[in-house]
Design a protein around this ligand. Structure first.
Ligand code: FES
Length: 82
């Protein structure tokens, strides 16, 4: 069963082969980004629930409940707030 991406309370289908940033872009959800490589932190957001897998090690500073959208893929249903 496909996973679900919840952004600020709204639900979207989630493609686990794409990064979370690519998922937001494919749903035409506005997302902040700059480097797309885990360095700048512009794509940082709060992970409400779910688990992600980093395809590139996140270099930007993250608090415990924060993730980088540009370099992570979903391992489960994901809920984020921005
Ligand atoms: S866009 Fe720079 S860390 Fe994600």
């Amino acid at each position: 069963m496909p996973h679900t991406l919840t952004v600020d309370g709204k639900k979207y289908p989630l493609n686990s082969q794409q990064t979370l940033l690519e998922n937001l872009e494919s749903q035409a959800i506005k997302a902040e980004f700059h480097c797309r490589d885990g360095h700048c932190g512009a794509c940082r957001c709060t992970l409400v629930s779910g688990q992600v897998n980093y395809i590139t090690y996140p270099m930007a500073y993250l608090r415990e409940n924060e993730i980088l959208l540009c370099c992570s893929q979903s391992k489960s249903d994901i809920s984020i707030t921005r």
